[in-house]
Design a protein around this ligand. Sequence first.
Ligand code: GRF
Length: 192
Amino acid sequence: MPIPRVLGVLISGRGSNLKAIIDAIADGRLDARIAVVISNIAEAPGLAHARTAGIDTVILSHRDYASREDYDRALVKELKDRGVGIVCLAGFMRLLSPVFVDAYPARILNIHPSLLPKYPGLHPQQQALDDGATASGATVHFVNKELDAGPIVMQDTVPVVPGDSAETLAARILEVEHWLYPQAIAAVLNAD
Ligand code: GRF
């Protein structure tokens, strides 16, 4: 059965990748709809992008749940209740438990600002600089039970230039993220 072209986007912060997905849908580059944007942080600035676009938002604070599994069950319920077929993590700063991963097998995507498997985890841009890398990039991958280690859907390279700071490199990578993520979502939907 084809994956429903219904997205649930999870954020914790700025939401520029969420905005990029909203824009890609609006101009026909991505044939899908976002049923809900969920944030674990009530003040996440990215929620404004959803509200402006008239997309349902849900705040679920992990602090209100006794365990990671209980929290993940609540997330999954919100997503399943809305018929979400693909979950897109877009700067969602929570690790997913097996409860979540097993509820959406091969149906959860994440974007990470490095060429995975290089520089997983936190501060990947600083990791690239510390490593003396001459290039880094962005990766969209399926989420499995290991951090930043699921099968890669799409990635693209970005040069590291002399004098780069973590911030300048992050900004250069982010430009790539914004077209890569919608394209990778489309590829996953079209492959099914
Ligand atoms: C992006 O760099 C993404 O790759 C990483 O977190 C950042 C989120 O940025 N996972 P934004 O909230 O989408 O602007």
